[in-house]
Ligand binder design. Sequence first.
Ligand code: C2E
Ligand code: MG
Ligand code: MG
Ligand code: MG
Length: 287
Amino acid sequence: AQMERDKSHYRFFSPEMNQKAEERFFLVQALGDAIANNRLRLVYQPQIRVQDTRLQGMEALARWTDPKFGAISPARFIPLAEDANLIGQLGEWSLRTACQQMARWIASGSPIHTVSVNLSAIHFHNPELPDLIFRILDETGIPPESLIIEITESTMIDNHEQTIRTARTLRQFGVGMSMDDFGTGFSSLSNLASLPVNEVKIDRSFMNGIERDEKLRKVVRAIIQIGKNLGMTVVAEGIETEQQWRMLRRTECDVIQGFYFSRPLETDEIDAWLARRAPTPPIALAS
Ligand code: C2E
Ligand code: MG
Ligand code: MG
Ligand code: MG
């Protein structure tokens, strides 16, 4: 009876809304199944050192192709997983899968030093997360230094205490902590100074237009300077053009990532990509 009187509830029963809710229900079920049955996959985007253009590491990015719904982007299924209480399982799956892949790269002598894994804010609030990570490092036998955990700037700000405690524990054991999408949240600079992170990733929205916009260029240079002064590795993401790449080479930025160098690669594309771009053995780079 309440619902019939309340307009906002009444609207819930409009056909489109009903269909949306139904679709969401099936999508959540499919996602739960996909995680449980190892039907998500990770793709890996190369991260390039600015100084010598050698490969530094890979960022692992989750992909989901459902037989019925088709390819669904992380922008859609990550929030869904968060809402449906699946994000812990998804995070554990990402961590384990990426660390297993890293172990294979180490075993085969690939020139890949680190793997970066994105974790959601909600997962980061779980006080058992450090134990899970140490268990996975143990299982896979990779050194803690080869794993980097990326969390967004906004994650760093909410639930401060648990987040800081976890980040500090991970840092003490040598695991890398990276602040992702930097510059899009609030009170960025003070957070950067006070949080236990050793890497900062400048959000790709800053790269749009740096070729043309002198002021924006100055902002990006200043952020890079601050990161370097705080002793961090500075990563620029979303480099799409040669001009952006040229501009960043003239800064102290350490690592870049973007479509200009490579899109995220399927695991079976990586060897060919490595062979294509790196004819030089681990000696000097003539460039
Ligand atoms: P992110 O961690 O900031 O990842 C960078 C995103 O930018 C990726 O989108 C990547 O494909 C895209 N990208 C890389 N280079 C370029 C470029 O040059 N230009 C443009 N326009 N885009 C570029 P993707 O894979 O769709 O992931 C979106 C977001 O979803 C990620 O942002 C991350 O926050 C989240 N995500 C992805 N995989 C996972 C995961 O396994 N767990 C969690 N919790 N989040 C994930
Ligand atoms: Mg990321
Ligand atoms: Mg990012
Ligand atoms: Mg992002």
